[in-house]
Every structure is written in structure tokens, then in C-alpha cells.
Design a protein around this ligand. Structure first.
Ligand code: ZN
Length: 118
């Protein structure tokens, strides 16, 4: 073709890079969609089901907190924050100790006081 210049190496590299970036973005979007779909499917499959036996959980009100219990195996489930709500400001009792055990990000070593260590 007269009047048109053949593409230079720089142009070919530029378009190849653009195409690679578009393919990468498409692949990332497909993976994100698949992960979201899998999360939705698992939530639907497991919603209000016992983690141990698969029984259908029943909701009970205890001290203003909705607690799920499995009628098949007796397992109990608390949503995030519900254990802390039940424990309130209690620190010395069993519920407070339980809440502290699950509430702290870093487990203290035996004998280590709060605020010590890294
Ligand atoms: Zn169960």
C-alpha cells in the first residue's frame, strides 16, 4: 500500500502491551466474578446450617442477643460481636474470659500481662 508506513517495532510493542493489559484486566474480572459467585453459592448453601452436622439452626433470644443453636447436635453459634455484647464489661467471669480469648488479636503468653510483649 502506497502512502502508509510499515509499523515500527515501537508501535508493535505498544499495541502488544495494550493487548496484554486488556487480557489481564479481563482475566482478573472473570476471576473476581467467579470468586463472588462461589461466595454467593456457599453462603446460600450454608446459611443457617450447623457447621458440624448441617442441621437447620434455630434462633433464640438470650439477654437481647439472637443466638443460633442446632437442634440436632446442640452446637451454638454467635455472630461477630455477640460474645462481646454478652460479656459486657465483665472480665473475671467465664463469659468475659471466653470473650477475651476470642476477642484479642494477639494471644498473650502464659504469665504475660496486657500491654507487654510486641
Ligand atoms: Zn449440628
Amino acid at each position: 500500500m502506497s502512502g502508509t508506513k510499515p509499523p515500527s517495532n515501537e508501535e508493535e510493542e505498544y499495541f502488544a502491551r495494550i493487548e496484554r493489559e486488556q487480557r489481564e484486566k479481563l482475566r482478573e474480572r472473570i476471576e473476581a466474578d467467579a470468586a463472588a459467585e462461589e461466595a454467593r453459592r456457599l453462603k446460600e448453601l450454608h446459611w443457617m446450617r450447623c457447621a458440624k452436622c448441617g442441621g437447620v439452626m434455630e434462633t433464640h433470644q438470650f439477654r437481647g442477643v439472637a443466638i443460633e443453636q442446632c437442634p440436632s447436635c446442640g452446637g451454638v453459634y454467635l455472630d461477630a460481636g455477640e460474645l462481646q455484647t454478652l460479656a459486657g464489661e465483665e472480665r473475671g467471669g467465664m463469659v468475659g474470659a471466653f470473650a477475651e480469648f476470642f476477642g484479642v488479636k494477639r494471644f498473650r503468653r502464659v504469665g504475660e500481662k496486657e500491654g507487654e510483649g510486641k
